[in-house]
Design a protein around this ligand. Structure first.
Ligand code: FPP
Length: 241
């Protein structure tokens, strides 16, 4: 799809749990990594569709703190795929005005991947057309734990008065401190759970669970989901006007 499609009351920030790669591959008699490669192609398509619909922020769940429990073959294949995606997409993402950033704990990621992550973040830091945030070794509880530790250090060093700590203080210590809260969280593959994704940030997000497996999730279906979001009434705990 090309050109701007006006979606009335569309979301500014969309977060996506890209589920179903494994089943997509298995249904074709292929190894799970085949599905992840097909999923990476969809990432490109959906990132490119964002400006068409005025989606300024896209946050995608690429690897969770729990995904290390998968086989060594799948984990190392995914890490290789992330390295390849960053290296091969950097130039196009820069040209297309995409700013790329990562959330998650980098300590368990290999040095080469971390270097590529740093490089693409720096390379695209002047871009503002679309903000793509990739969650890598990310877990909402892990993020809250790390944020609390950093905040506690500031308190114990006397730089923050504990009496002033409120939810805005904690939000400043989260990996997502540079992001607005997601308006819409989409999960593909028919599963209806949040799997430790953006636990704090999605407190008032709208959710859309679609049956399509991620490698089949097209730009056209993305547009349909955004249109359906535009018809929802968001109340944030208030009563309708
Ligand atoms: C969940 O599907 C998907 C993942 C854990 C990996 C997501 C990664 C990609 C889409 C690859 C490309 C990403 C980037 C940033 C280039 P699953 O494997 O759990 O599927 P299943 O539930 O059918 O087994």
């Amino acid at each position: 799809m090309t050109g701007t499609t006006t979606i009335k009351n569309g979301p500014n920030h969309v977060a996506v749990i890209m589920d179903g790669n494994g089943r997509w591959a298995q249904s074709r008699g292929k190894p799970r990594l085949f599905g992840h490669h097909a999923g990476a192609k969809r990432v490109k398509e959906i990132v490119r569709a964002c400006p068409d619909h005025d989606v300024k922020y896209l946050t995608i769940f690429a690897f969770s703190t729990e995904n290390w429990k998968r086989t060594q073959t799948e984990v190392s294949g995914l890490m290789k795929l992330f390295r390849r995606y960053i290296a091969s997409e950097a130039r196009d993402l820069l040209a297309e005005g995409v700013r790329v950033r990562f959330i998650g704990d980098r300590v368990k990621l290999d040095a080469k991947l971390c270097r590529l992550m740093d490089e693409i973040e720096l390379l695209t830091s002047g871009n503002d057309r679309v903000h793509l945030t990739i969650a890598l070794n990310y877990g909402g509880r892990d993020e809250l734990g790390r944020a609390t530790k950093r905040l506690a250090r500031e308190v114990s060093a006397g730089r923050i008065d504990p009496e002033t700590v409120d939810e805005t203080t904690l939000a400043r210590f989260l990996d997502t401190c540079f992001l607005p809260d997601p308006d819409l969280v989409i999960r593909t593959s028919g599963e209806a759970r949040i799997s430790n994704f953006l636990l704090w940030q999605a407190a008032y997000s709208e959710y859309e669970f679609v049956n399509t497996l991620w490698p089949d999730f097209s730009a056209a279906e993305f547009a349909t989901v955004l249109t359906s979001y535009g018809k929802r009434e968001r109340r944030f705990g208030a009563v309708p006007a």
